[in-house]
Design a protein around this ligand. Sequence first.
Ligand code: BDR
Ligand code: CA
Length: 324
Amino acid sequence: MSRKVILDVDTGSDDAVAIMLAALHPEIDLVAVCSVKGNQPLANTTENTKRVLDLVKSDVPLYKGCKFPVVRDVCPWRIEFDNRATAVDENGKPFYIHQDFNSLPESTRKEEAKPASVFYAEYFAEPKDTTIVAVGPLTNLATAILINPDMVENVEELVIMGGGDIDANSSSCSEFNIFADPEAAQLVFQAGFKRIVLCPLDVTHKAMVTKDDCKRFVEIGTPAALFADKMCQTRIEVHTQCQPLTLPDACALHDPLCIAYLIDPSVITKMEYLHVDVSLSGMTDGATIVDHRYFQNNRNVHICYDGDRKKFVDIMCDAFKLSK
Ligand code: BDR
Ligand code: CA
């Protein structure tokens, strides 16, 4: 039986692949997509999301979400890290892992009138067999919980890409999605969801996609497969120049791993149930603080630590074959 999913994205090169996987895979029944400020300003992430939905011919409703983090932008004294990994092309021109706008045709699709937070608050006014997958900053969810705190009881499962126990990418100790809106993340982690599964950098840096995997995408040759190849090629170049992983010619493809986990939970090979808090100040701003003490009694997050990267790629290939 397919799983009902609402996907929250800040599209984003890896978000784009997550959207395609969720829209195309028969095990996922995509109910709605919500956009949020993150990898790019809200106008860009919303437009980029529309373009990807057009590519996979999905008519799922799109709700535009929050334009600002809940607190961060009103704290000018906060430490700002500007260490966005910048690679250079053969002409010395800089490029980033996420483009302002992706290369797909401009979209004429209209978003729904309701803001994403209101949609969540109303949709989860009663119990639903629907899972939320959040792969951008957690601003939409935090504001939805402020509107309707009872909604947390009515969400089947919440799967988040974010944070890192050991690994980090936005500061020496924080990951981008959490660092971009730490207060929202702390609110979400402590809100009392029935089950939170976290895919942090510790697992997404292991579930890598390689140049050989990209060849499989090219062989499949559908619009989704070719666009996934394009996203991965850019990401591989940036990883190679700025953030080498344990395999050569490979990239992390963080966001779709959350969808793959829902399709086949065995793609995650190591998971621990622990307590997670988010640091809200100073040098550790936005860090996920994981309590590993055995006597803790307030566990709130199932954290993924390892995954089967071959299975992950197979799952994506299965979905991309269905793109027309
Ligand atoms: C996360 O940050 C974003 O840049 C990616 O889309 C992913 O969701 C990885 O840290
Ligand atoms: Ca993302």
